[in-house]
Design a protein around this ligand. Sequence first.
Ligand SMILES: Cc1cc2nc3c(=O)[nH]c(=O)nc-3n(C[C@H](O)[C@H](O)[C@H](O)COP(=O)(O)O)c2cc1C
Length: 307
Amino acid sequence: MKPNLKVKIGKLELKNPIMVASGTFGYGEEFHKNFYDISKLGAVVTKGISLKPRLGNKTPRVAETASGMLNSIGLQNVGLRAFITEKLPFLQRVHATTIVNILGEKIEDYVELAQTLDEEPGVHAIELNISCPNVKAGGVQFGTDPKLAAKVTSSVKKKIKKPLIVKLSPNYHDMPLMAKHVVDAGADALSIMNTITGMAIDAEKRRPVLANVFGGLSGPAIKPIALRMVCQVYMASKKQRPIVGIGGIMNITDVVEFLLAGSSAVQIGTANFINPTIAADLVDQLEQYMIDHDIADIKELTGGLIV
Ligand SMILES: Cc1cc2nc3c(=O)[nH]c(=O)nc-3n(C[C@H](O)[C@H](O)[C@H](O)COP(=O)(O)O)c2cc1C
């Protein structure tokens, strides 16, 4: 019998738990045209969208590191209007389940973005990227202050009907505490995690490799940290909300590890740059894994870790 791969994120039912991570898949068009039918994925999470278009940081803004990469793209994106008129119609036409990742400099930005996107039939859920500096609070990141993270979550939640996913930053030390604040504030699900701040140095030039000096580390190097954070939040949560595990997933074993640690779904990020068909391949491989291991429903894997 065909195993059941369906998972629920709030009211949204995904056909499978494999999504692609924000910023590693553009707006889906190139992947659909060149590689595979992106409606096969549980969901496409778009590049982070801001109210106005952003050009991003100066180059070089990516660097390869041992078992990972650093990026300081600076949240380059087309902005809300162009996203709705130029990018969303394509995603809708190809029947992609679309989660829009949003970012702001103040709470009002997040609310305006979320409210506008909530009205769009092609948008199925919203993911808040709270790893952004809050201009009003002197540049402190929303995601490194539980009270601020809760405030932005509740402000958005009040104004939208679609499921709200909050993407947590590993740059805050107490993930269960952060998760509690955000869930109590109304998050329907949590994405764990965003990149970890790092840097690379060119010793010959005695200069940082990235023009921005610091950047976000992703890829297999961060997987053990992401697994730990997913597991900690899953075990500590009294009010369980689905966790979307993210960080260095490269193959089917990694997917299963994240599910066992407590994830209901996963996102594939850096791996898309190495193998552009990886996320679609993982959908097939996950189904085969379940058949081989006699697992009828994907939910049997979530939190199945024996400790
Ligand atoms: C080039 C690049 C751009 C990214 N842009 C965003 C973004 O716009 N919004 C966001 O929430 N996360 C962004 N991320 C973080 C990823 O979505 C993901 O959380 C992170 O890369 C960890 O997963 P991975 O190790 O599988 O890549 C970006 C990551 C990379 C590598």
